[in-house]
Design a protein around this ligand. Structure first.
Ligand code: ATP
Ligand code: MG
Length: 505
């Protein structure tokens, strides 16, 4: 017996203010199979999924779900029809508990007296957390969770509805390798139960590991589709970007000049980091590798002055600034692109132009009254947009939140480009960025180093650190456990150094 496809898209069109974002998108997802949906940043993947998930309406075209016409007017219509959606950007309520977040919309439907509902909520949440491999109590407030844990809670929420079709929009961006393995094991169990999955990712190895079929979107149109086995990775990439990429990492020309950009001496904060010692020279690209929870992001926040530290010294361009606030550190040439662009990397409601200008506004102030030189400012913004190859579709006045995920990241990084900071700390700078744009971002980083900035690049992607760094530090359990030069580092040495040590008794 051949069953109807899980979902069919038939000629879906979508415009945003007259700009076409999806064009006559037609394909289907077979029941019980996993389809990888890939494409550059801004190709329209999330938009298409928002139409499937009931968050957006298409302008033309129709969808058929398990053989029945399907036109959800609201996300609850979608979940009632068995479509679960794990969004690219997390949307959990940080002041509520895990259980409350999971059952936010279905809580009343649990039935019975309130205390019975409470108890069921607790039991059901415990089961779901177990399924996604999270060892946390259901009443833990979400604000205490790491980004990776939040992502797993989102997945648990999707599992709480009896889904026939699950959409995963870049679900592994904040997960550690171990969490990713656990997630894949879970997804394979779901596949075995006959659930169809649509899996969006910029990590093509993951798409290959997990998916049966693949659809490539470019500029809103389907440009290639078929079973994954018929595509080489190079063929997928060239379908995505419309040209063949011969190199994944730019060639490194510059070298460290010797002058100190960042000096960290014996920095400790109980329970967070211990005796951190390292330096970054001007012109040097230093990587920081570690497993999720090793303390890298916490250290970055301490260095930038967002979190306190109990002891130790931090010098920026030769100036001791251990207890200065973030503002003073910026003035002395420290810049930071956080891993959480939605909270502290960008002002989402503000325009692209305002976000880009934010940190460099003062340098465009002229004369006694500090009037803004708008022409200079505008020119600067165009230069950054060009440098980061920001999508030409967006105009400068458009709010940043309407940009695709990868383009938001380009704005977060782009705003520092005009400043030539002494030290730039980047936490997971290419998370959610497509392969083509990644190359551009690496080039931008190396250019900054060549112009004399010292870079500290925190990343969980070993390959990217090996591809661009002069030196790689490895952090584990809040300590620096390794410092490797280019001639010494490889996958094995880095991974071995990153593993937590057995606790001594
Ligand atoms: N509300 C909106 N208003 C205007 N333009 C929008 C809006 N939402 C999305 N867009 C535009 O639609 C295009 C497709 O965006 P979408 O988020 O679907 O891309 P994507 O393929 O998911 O990219 P990424 O890989 O970066 O997540 C982009 O050019 C984006 O700027
Ligand atoms: Mg997207």
């Amino acid at each position: 017996m051949t069953s109807a496809p899980a979902v069919e898209f038939q000629g879906i069109d979508k415009n945003f203010s007259g700009v076409p974002v999806l064009r006559a998108v037609t394909f289907s997802v077979a029941a019980g199979r996993t389809l990888g949906l890939v494409g550059e940043n801004g190709a329209g993947k999330s938009t298409l999924m928002n139409i499937l998930g009931g968050n957006l309406r298409s302008d033309h075209g129709r969808m058929v779900l398990a053989g029945q016409p399907y036109a959800p007017g609201h996300p609850t219509d979608a979940s009632r029809r068995g479509v679960a959606f794990i969004h690219q950007d997390l949307n959990l309520f940080s002041n509520l508990t895990i259980a409350e977040n999971i059952f936010l919309t279905s809580f009343p439907r649990l039935g019975g007296a309130p205390w019975i509902a409470q108890r069921r909520l607790h039991t059901r949440t415990t089961q779901l957390l177990h399924d996604v491999g999270l060892d946390l109590a259901p009443d833990t407030p979400v604000e205490r969770l790491s980004t990776g844990e939040c992502q797993l809670v989102e997945i648990a929420r999707a599992l709480s509805v009896d889904a026939r079709l699950i959409i995963l929009d870049e679900p592994t961006t904040s997960l550690s390798a171990r969490e990713t393995d656990a997630l894949f094991a879970l997804l394979r169990r779901l596949q075995a139960q006959g659930i169809a999955l649509i899996y969006i990712s910029h990590i093509l190895e993951h798409v290959r590991q997990l998916c049966h079929d693949v659809v490539v979107l470019r500029d809103g149109a389907v440009v290639a589709q078929g079973t994954i086995a018929t595509f080489s990775t190079a063929a997928l990439i060239s379908a995505m970007v419309g040209r063949s990429l011969t190199q994944l990492y730019p060639t490194r020309h510059g070298a460290a000049t010797g002058e100190m950009a960042l000096e960290v001496k014996a920095v400790s904060q109980p329970g967070i980091v211990r005796a951190i010692d390292f330096t970054v020279r001007r012109g040097e690209v230093v990587g920081m590798f570690g497993l999720m929870g090793a303390g890298r992001s916490e250290l970055a926040r301490i260095l930038f002055g967002l979190e306190p530290h109990a002891s130790g010294e931090i010098s920026i361009a030769g100036q001791p600034l251990a207890h200065a606030d973030a503002r003073r550190r910026i003035e002395h040439g420290l810049a930071f692109v956080s891993d959480d662009r939605r909270h502290d990397g960008l002002c989402l409601h503000a325009s692209i132009a305002d976000n880009l200008a934010l940190v460099s506004l003062r340098s465009h102030a002229r004369g006694k009254f500090k009037l803004i030189d708008r022409t200079g400012w505008q020119r600067a913004i165009s230069r950054i947009r060009e440098a980061v190859r920001l999508t030409a579709k967006a105009n400068d006045d458009q709010p940043v939140q309407t940009l695709s995920g990868g383009n938001q990241q380009k704005v977060a990084l782009g705003k520092w480009l005009l400043m030539s900071p002494a030290v730039l700390i980047l936490d997971e700078p290419t998370r959610g960025v497509d392969v083509g744009a990644k190359f551009d971002l690496y080039q931008l980083m190396l250019d900054l180093a060549d112009r004399g900035s010292g870079l500290l690049v925190i990343s969980s992607e070993i390959e990217e650190l090996i591809g661009i760094c002069d030196r790689i530090l490895v952090m584990s359990q809040g300590e620096i456990r390794g410092n490797f030069r280019r001639t010494e580092f490889n996958r094995e040495t880095l991974l071995t150094a990153a593993l937590p040590r057995e606790t001594q008794t």
